[in-house]
Ligand binder design. Structure first.
Ligand code: ATP
Ligand code: MG
Length: 681
């Protein structure tokens, strides 16, 4: 006979466990008294039975392989999460174990289905509700312990080892369905962003929507600690300039509209689109020539350019989404930050959407390069298409010219001179020259014994920099007035991000550049994107060295394959150069609060370094043939091939279980498939 004291103690435990179970969820069953609970070196399992009533009313949440439940262990009163791995249903006839009739099949009979359902589950993590400590579940669970469907969001987050704070990215699911049929927010801790994130998914799977949702979450300061990061977006498709516009959702075939609406309404209680945006707008000579016909000043020219930009990029879209522009003000602001001049156009617009008014604020910063303002090192770093030899040789030449006080006012001038110097070398005759700079260049090329192929690469690559059209942009102006567009200081934009720009996300509009640059578009976008990236990095590093605190920075690189392509192309040296650049930025950025979020279609399209550098992967629907490259556990493979838009898996060290499935809501910012929009025509 057991000691009656112990028996009493255990029965108190049983009561307490029942009480905790009711506080944290709904009891759906009890650990079996007929089958053993086990634990061994490989882990444990728990078997429990579910009543027919409970089974028929909530089988989706309880009796589906892969779903989660919890058990309150009688001896520890800890709540242990369970992952359902096996479900067994039997008709009453099977349970009676009668010999099978051979002549006719028994008729369907509902009462035959009123049997208990046997469920086998695997314990995952144990959560102590009085101390909030979460550990791996490593002890055997007592028979009779109550099984619950947890109802409290915090309990669910603890039980699944999910972060309770961070950047909201969507809601936890079991496959496509919401976990326990309720919206449990999924957060990614802000510090995980500094270890970089890669978003993967096939066309239309929701990568851009997810990125916009997380930009809106960060901007809304919802549920994360620490300073609000500055967000900078490399936008090759003019997708992100619409962020401050009103979200608009269109039902499409096959979509569970009721669920989508429910999630969007829930999410928008905490996450809203920013009401403005900062656009770094790469200007080219072509744009100036097209828009500025008369003598002008940069202030006037910028007004014209910004106006044209607003009309082509916003006006039509606003009308298409059913809005009308009520007020429109524009001014050009000149600000001085530590002696650096920052000039931008500021536009404030009020948009009326069916009776409700919303403000839209745009800050347009013209971006272009000035040859004379660049140091030799900056100049050679600018074009990743220089070969290593070309980089070295050009650096030596530029340093020498600078030391000798030989000056070229524009890149074009330098380019023309170097072409002629090369010609002189081809003809092997110095000739009699009226242009001393040309002679000196010719001499330097000879003195440094620059190989012909290297010189060719230098000439070709400087030529393509000239072709981009964003060097030394001039406006027609009166004598004595500022003729060239100066490169805006990225460091000033970041330092004054809050004060001047309300921390609105910063978008580098690379599509505008492609439309307006006569050069190779991929090269043009790479050059300007890398320049901005390097400038952000440099600013972070300098400030860290000076021990000056800076706000965190999150850089979003959508369509990362366009910036960091994988091997396979011809330009191996180019690829190595940019991958070592991103490697340096990512590794050093980590400790300095600089995080990068990349997105791409396929892990094959981006350089391996991107896969290695990103500690967190968010995988949306993906082609079967690519799954193998990603080391996804087998239970998720089928799901990820078939799942709906905006549903996927997060694989991260920030998750105790390593993986979780989730659904991000419809876009929480302006994001439209403009060709498919039905309203507005
Ligand atoms: N405003 C909206 N309302 C409803 N559905 C939308 C809306 N905007 C986009 N979608 C749909 O959501 C899905 C995801 O679109 P999204 O642009 O995020 O995909 P993506 O993965 O970035 O695609 P791509 O690789 O082509 O850039 C698409 O099927 C798209 O048609
Ligand atoms: Mg996209």
């Amino acid at each position: 006979m057991s000691d009656p004291g112990i028996v009493k103690q255990v029965s108190v435990m049983l009561e307490e466990a029942e009480k905790i179970a009711r506080e944290h969820g709904v009891i759906v069953g009890r650990v079996s008294r007929h089958k053993p609970s086990r634990i061994d070196e490989e882990g444990g399992n728990v078997v429990f039975d579910v009543d027919p009533e409970t089974y028929f009313t909530s089988y989706e949440e309880i009796a589906q392989s892969g779903s989660y439940l919890a058990v309150v262990d009688v001896k520890t009163r800890e709540i242990i999460s369970l992952r359902v791995i096996e479900i067994e249903r039997q008709d009453i006839l099977a349970e009676l174990d009668l010999p099978e009739f051979t002549i006719s099949l028994p008729k369907p009979d509902a009462s035959g289905l009123f049997t208990r359902t046997r469920v086998k589950a695997k314990p995952l993590l144990s959560y102590n509700p009085s101390t909030s400590v979460v550990k791996a579940a490593n002890y055997v669970v007592e028979p009779q312990s109550p099984i619950i469907k947890p109802t409290r969001v915090d309990t669910i987050q603890y039980l699944l080892g999910l972060p309770t704070k961070g950047v909201f990215i969507g809601y936890v699911t079991i496959g496509e369905r919401l976990l326990f049929n309720k919206p449990t927010p999924l957060y990614i801790p802000l510090k995980t962003f500094y270890q970089h994130i890669l978003v993967l998914g096939t066309t239309g799977s929701g990568k851009t929507t997810l990125l916009k949702n997380l930009i809106a979450s960060i901007y809304s300061c919802y549920n994360y600690d620490g300073d609000k990061p500055s967000i900078i977006i490399m936008d090759p498709n003019k997708d992100y300039v619409h962020i401050p516009l009103k979200p608009l959702w269109e039902p499409s075939i096959g979509i569970d509209w009721e669920l989508e609406e429910r999630l969007v309404i829930e999410a928008r209680k905490s996450v809203r689109q920013p009401s403005g945006i900062v656009i770094i707008l790469p200007i080219t000579q072509y744009i100036v020539n097209r828009l500025i016909k008369e003598e002008s000043t940069w202030v006037k020219a910028l007004r014209v350019i910004a106006r044209d930009y607003f009309d082509t990029v916003y006006r039509g879209v606003v009308e298409k989404i059913g809005g009308s522009i009520r007020e429109f003000d524009m001014e050009v602001v000149e600000s001085s930050v530590d002696g650096l001049k920052l000039r931008y156009a500021y536009t404030r617009t009020v948009i009326n959407y069916n009776g409700s008014s919303e403000e839209l604020k745009l800050y347009i910063i013209p971006y272009g390069f000035r040859f004379t303002a660049m140091s030799p090192r900056e100049f050679i770093e600018l074009n990743p298409f220089f070969t290593q030899q070309a980089r070295d040789a050009l650096y030596r030449i530029l340093i020498k010219l600078r030391d000798e006080g030989i000056y070229f006012n524009t890149l074009r001038e330098f380019y023309d001179t170097i072409i002629e110097a090369r010609l002189m070398r081809k003809k092997r005759e110095p000739g009699i020259n009226l242009e001393p700079r040309k002679n000196r260049l010719y001499e330097l090329i000879n003195r440094f014994a620059i190989h012909r192929a290297t010189l060719d690469n230098i000439v070709r690559q400087i030529g393509s920099l000239v072709d981009t059209g964003f060097f030394d942009i001039v406006i027609p102006c009166r004598d004595g007035e500022e003729k060239y567009l100066n490169e805006p200081p990225v460091k000033a934009i970041l330092e004054k991000h809050e004060e001047l720009f309300n921390k609105y996300p910063i978008v580098l509009d690379l599509e505008y550049l492609q439309e307006n640059s006569p050069g190779d578009p991929e090269q043009s976008i790479a050059i300007s994107a890398f320049r901005v990236l390097n400038k952000i990095f440099e600013w972070k590093m300098v400030k860290a060295r000076q021990r000056v605190k800076t706000q965190p920075v999150i850089i979003v690189v959508d369509e990362a394959h366009r910036f960091f392509p994988s091997h396979g192309g011809r330009r191996d040296e180019y690829i190595e150069h940019i991958s070592s650049m991103i490697d340096r930025i990512a590794r050093l950025g980590r400790a300095r609060g600089l995080g990068i979020v990349f997105s791409t279609h396929s892990p094959k399209d981006v350089h391996d370094i991107i896969l290695q550098l990103t500690n967190t992967k968010i995988i949306l629907r993906m082609d079967k043939s690519l799954i193998g490259l990603l080391d996804i556990p087998s239970e998720y493979r089928d799901f990820i091939v078939k799942t709906s838009d905006r549903v996927g898996i997060v694989k991260s060290h920030a998750l105790r279980l390593g993986y979780i499935t989730f659904r991000t809501p419809l876009p929480l910012t302006g994001h439209y498939d403009l060709s498919a929009l039905s309203i507005g025509g």
